[in-house]
Design a protein around this ligand. Sequence first.
Ligand code: FAD
Length: 615
Amino acid sequence: MHYDVIVIGGGHAGCEAARASAALGAKTALATHSFDTVGVMSCNPAIGGLGKGHLVREIDALDGLMARVADRSGIQFRMLNRKKGPAVRGPRTQSDRKLYREAMQAEIRAVEGLSVLEGEVVDLSQDSSGAINGIKLADGTHVSCGAVILTTGTFLRGLIHIGDKRFPAGRMGEKASTLLADRLTKLNVPLGRLKTGTPPRLDGRTIDWKILDLQSADEELVPFSSMTDEIRVPQIDCGITRTTQKTHDLIRENLNRSAMYSGNISGTGPRYCPSVEDKIVKFGDRDGHQIFLEPEGLDDHTVYPNGISTSLPEDVQWAMMKTIPGLENAQILQPGYAIEYDHVDPKALDQSLNLVGTPGLYLAGQINGTTGYEEAGAQGLVAGINAAHFVGQKAPVHFSRTSSYIGVMIDDLTSRGVSEPYRMFTSRAEYRLSLRVDNADMRLSPLAVEIGLASSERAAHFEDVKTRLDDARVALKGKTLTPQEAGKHDIALNMDGVRRSGYDLLSYATIELPDLLRVWPELEQFDGGTLDRLAIEAHYAVYMDRQKADIESVRRDENLLIPAGIEFNNIAGLSNELRNKLNDRQPKSIAEAQRIEGMTPAGIALIIAQIRKQQ
Ligand code: FAD
């Protein structure tokens, strides 16, 4: 048996990686413990959110799976930050866990050129040059390949903690990957230890819903995928409650029994997804912490209490429920737990997610120190593209931080590494006014079409959307008004005599589409979605012009490549510290070198001079 690319792990990174690799024509296998767990959501049954929603839209623009699977399983669509500017809005949905898994499995089955190998991968094989050339399954089968993508999530030496109980597992009920972790140790891959946690799952029939505040889905449901015309899944409410002073007292009394606070866990946890113990220790003076009670499915009684992830012993978790309004009689179906696992220092990867020095080995997802389905899926796509390009002897594809959140994440990971699980936020993107959820397709679909990643349906759909936008933009720019003329239509402008186009007028906060439709009713020939997108684009156009010079300068630096084999030790004037860091990191571009901690403008100038000398 031989495959061009083998993806290890059928989680969120693995599914995207496998689909991308197969779509690019590489004969691909997805090797995973069990097909039944493909698309399992290990923790929160929800997709998207602030920053994360941007990643989902970008995955969709590259014809990935997550957005359309979320659209087919979403049971509470909400646009977060709706009152703030469009650049920082975050589409989110709660998902029906079962529907999500089924939709993902159906997508994977439908990918042409993709096989599934069920079983535990226990080893990797290399040729005499060190390049990866195969995997070994637990039953002893060797399968050869041109490249491997490792997406093993929390499974590498996974160790679950519930109070003082601890046992090896990849997640609850699933076996940890120990032999594969041993192989990575032998390959001298730099490993670290991180941890994450999950709340207990509750039986919704034992919650007193009538005393709780409820939160509903938006009235207008905005899909994640530009290919979805309508959300057809019924929408549900979730409940809201709070921890109380009694909860806080109970947690304080039992802190020494929490796995995280008893010193049993060495890994660092996600600061932005704290456990309930963390919340009480750090912000215990608050009168309560909010808990969203999220039903896990339309025909499932399980409820996910979002906000109380914990590693306290089971008896304390039961006692804790009694202190929370609405949960006094709640039955716990599965206790909350913390899990510690090995991750790879992502500084050991280049921007194609290849492990530097090991040709053919790519890594994506939680294994790279991130947390979250969206972060995992986005990396899976990048690794899938680049592994397929590697076997096809094509140049790697680089995602710039100037044009995508995917680029921001890959660059942050590979140049800065992680000290805690990495999660996406809009604040991580310096060009966030141009990296919006509404324009993800315009930013990334041309690349997907160019490299053959987009299906023919996607390519045709994108072309159609783009043509409609271009036509409407030309029409809006071709229609003009003076302030005097605008006044006749009740549009107030400064009486400066300047003639402005419809497009320019849309950039004013006080002027909305209906105002323009009053002036030029013929604009109604364009559909509402297209005009809404242009209104957002026009609103940001003035900021875009200001950012343009910055973005171009970053792109110039990204394109100024550092030739392989450059001797940093021979660059006179560089400090030993910088030489060591450069030798360690082996940056491939000036932009990468700039992001090395402690790098100075003088150091960059010396490197550029050396490159020019060698040209
Ligand atoms: P996973 O989804 O973990 O998938 C890994 C896949 O690899 C699985 O299919 C597994 O079967 C397979 N696999 C592993 N080893 C092998 C092997 N040797 N051979 C074959 N197959 C293998 N995210 C958040 O954003 N917020 C949270 O609060 C949060 N809490 C979490 C709590 C817990 C307890 C867990 C387990 C996860 C939590 N997550 C949280 C993380 C989220 O689940 C992950 O970020 C996401 O699932 C990572 O996707 P992935 O594809 O990298 O790995």
